[in-house]
Design a protein around this ligand. Structure first.
Ligand code: DAH
Length: 370
């Protein structure tokens, strides 16, 4: 027995020295295997216990357990010491500059030009005090037409032929033909007035609209931004000032605006609004590159404004009294103006895009230019 106890004593002593001077984690692991591993020194001693008389075994077992506990504690201490030293070295070393660009830059995505134009337009009106409102794309006939002073047989419906939803299957009592994909964002005027209840109402509504059209300048789904301002004492001058300020902010400082009388059932009076052409600067002509040409050949026709110098970009007007009433406002007390613009067109004019279908084909060669 004394022999085995002596071996355990020697083992503990050896472990204290070796573990105390271990230089790294690898060395520690080797020591753990050497002392506590299956084929290690402690196991070797324990195997010798088989030869001891039964009454001596508990004593040796007790010492062996104590030695194992001690070696384990030594290893844990040493590990803690090494970790702390490593951390200190890292902290003392050169700092990591987290502002450096990554080594391999992932290609970044692009916002779609329609998204960009919508955000730009919204930001300009936000600065003028407008909040962004929204309404459903599947709309009731009442909001899309009737409440906007477009009765069932009104010819204005022909210009906005759309897709009707069969509702008999929904079983909600609405007659077929009374639910449709909205043809414009104007129904949100009514919804916004009803929701806000009291003036001032100052909202814009960007969103998707639908019509059964498809060619170079029309797609069955497109985007509009509607605007509505209602309060006491709102006049046509407010409408002109607001849209002129918007046009300068969106198309550039020198942009001029022009109002032409027009008809929309939900406004009175109504107007179509033109801005001076952003491509030729309102002159109708573009310079021809390549030097000393005679004056009559030094410029060419601007195709964007068809040489008129003007671009039609908006419909607008003073909100019709019936529309105010349908929104829950007393037209004797309140007045307002409204306007609506096509986002595809606004983006085409700003970025010089000549075919509307490009927006929805998702050809990367087109999209990556923005
Ligand atoms: N909703 C009209 C359209 O889609 C555009 C429009 C014209 C909106 C005049 C208005 C407005 O708010 O006052 O053709």
């Amino acid at each position: 027995m004394a022999d085995l106890l002596g071996q355990l004593e020697a083992l503990a002593k050896g472990a204290r020295e070796a573990i105390g001077s271990a230089a790294d984690e690898k060395a520690l692991e080797d020591l753990r295997v050497r002392f506590l591993g299956k084929k290690g020194e402690l196991s070797a001693v324990l195997r010798g216990m088989g030869a001891l008389p039964a009454e001596e075994r508990p004593r040796v077992g007790e010492v062996a357990n104590r030695v194992r506990d001690e070696v384990e504690a030594l290893l844990a201490d040493a590990k803690g010491r090494l970790d702390a030293r490593k951390l200190e070295a890292e902290l003392a070393g050169p700092p990591i500059d987290v502002t450096l660009p990554g080594r391999r830059l992932l290609p970044r995505g692009h916002r779609h030009p329609i998204t960009r134009a919508t955000e730009d337009i919204s930001a300009i009106f936000a600065r003028l005090g407008y909040e962004v409102a929204s309404g459903p794309e599947i709309e009731l006939d009442w909001f899309n037409f009737e409440a906007l002073n477009i009765p069932p047989d009104h010819p204005a419906r022909d210009m906005q032929d759309t897709f009707y939803v069969e509702v008999s299957t929904l079983g909600d009592g609405a007659p077929d033909g009374s639910v449709l994909l909205r043809t414009h964002t104007s129904p949100v005027q009514i919804r916004a007035m009803q929701r806000l209840g009291v003036p001032p109402v100052r909202i814009i509504c960007p969103g998707r609209v639908y019509r059964s059209d498809y060619d170079q300048t029309h797609s069955p789904m497109f985007h509009q931004v509607e605007g509505l301002c209602v309060d006491e004492g709102i006049t046509f001058a407010d409408l002109k000032g607001t849209l002129a300020a918007f046009a300068r902010a969106y198309f550039g400082e020198g942009t001029r605006t022009r109002f032409r009388p027009s008809y929309f059932p939900f406004v009175e009076p109504g107007a179509e609004v033109d801005v001076s052409c952003s491509i030729c600067g309102g002159t109708g002509r573009l310079p021809v590159p390549g030097g000393q040409l005679p004056p009559d050949r030094a410029t060419r026709r601007c195709g964007t404004c068809k040489e008129t110098g003007w671009l039609e970009v908006l419909g607008a007007g003073m909100v019709h009294p019936k529309v105010l009433e349908n929104g829950g406002f007393d037209p004797k007390r309140y007045s307002g103006f409204a306007f609506g613009m096509g986002v595809e067109r606004m983006a085409m004019l700003r970025y010089g895009i000549d075919d509307l279908r490009l927006y929805f084909e998702n050809d990367l060669r087109f999209l990556e230019q923005f």
